[in-house]
Design a protein around this ligand. Structure first.
Ligand code: AMP
Length: 195
């Protein structure tokens, strides 16, 4: 089993690439953002708790997201691999994630970090708003806030994995296929090392 953290700012292409990677390698894929959007749509307690937070572009409480992840880990213990997309997003989530993984006799193998300049992110998110229907994509102030939140609270998570020699930066610009090829090369390297 290989566990991958797919990392990067909002609009870096994590969702698109995670979907392609999970198809190619037969991995499961969890996007905490997608799970939260589902909870909001269904009007669950969790959904009600975070609707406004998400609409402002802020982060959901760590405990809520960690609860989602623990449920996921418990129900996906026997598979080729997992791609974690949009999680962990704070240092505390990263530390607690390791505790959850250890409890389930698992570990993270690699963090693949997509690197995309800010101007490109804003351009992509505005374009995505036309098809995604996401309220947090539709408002430029919210887009900018999400990028700020990423810089202030999330970017440091890369240091956590770098300290464990698990961090691999990947150029996130170019075509979707070019980025996909770079990610596959990195994953193939990890698989070869584990074999
Ligand atoms: P995303 O779909 O990854 O862009 O996430 C959309 C929104 O969901 C974020 O702006 C947060 O409000 C919330 N969210 C998703 N993942 C997390 C996480 N790991 N920690 C806290 N909030 C999250």
């Amino acid at each position: 089993m290989i566990n991958i953290v797919l990392f990067g700012p909002p609009g870096a292409g994590k969702g698109t690439q995670a979907k392609m990677l999970s198809e190619k390698y037969g991995f499961n894929h969890i996007s905490t953002g997608d799970v939260i959007r589902g909870e909001i749509q269904r009007g669950t307690n969790r959904g009600l708790q975070v609707k406004e937070i998400m609409e402002r572009g802020e982060l959901a409480p760590d405990e809520l997201v960690l609860g989602i992840i623990e449920e996921y880990i418990k129900s996906h213990s026997d598979c080729a691999g997992n791609i974690f997309d949009g999680f962990p997003r704070t240092s505390n989530q990263a530390k607690e994630f390791d505790v959850i993984l250890e409890r389930n006799r698992q570990t993270i193998d690699v963090m693949l970090a997509l690197e995309v300049p800010d101007e490109e992110l804003v351009k992509r998110l505005k374009l995505r708003a036309e098809v995604s229907g996401r309220p947090d994509d539709a408002d430029e102030n919210v887009i900018n806030n999400r990028i700020e939140v990423y810089k202030k609270q999330t970017a440091v998570v890369a240091d956590y994995y770098e300290a464990q020699s698990k961090y691999i930066p990947v150029k996130g610009t170019g075509t979707i296929e070019e980025v996909f090829a770079s990610l596959c090369k990195a994953i193939d390297g990890v698989i070869a090392r584990k074999a």
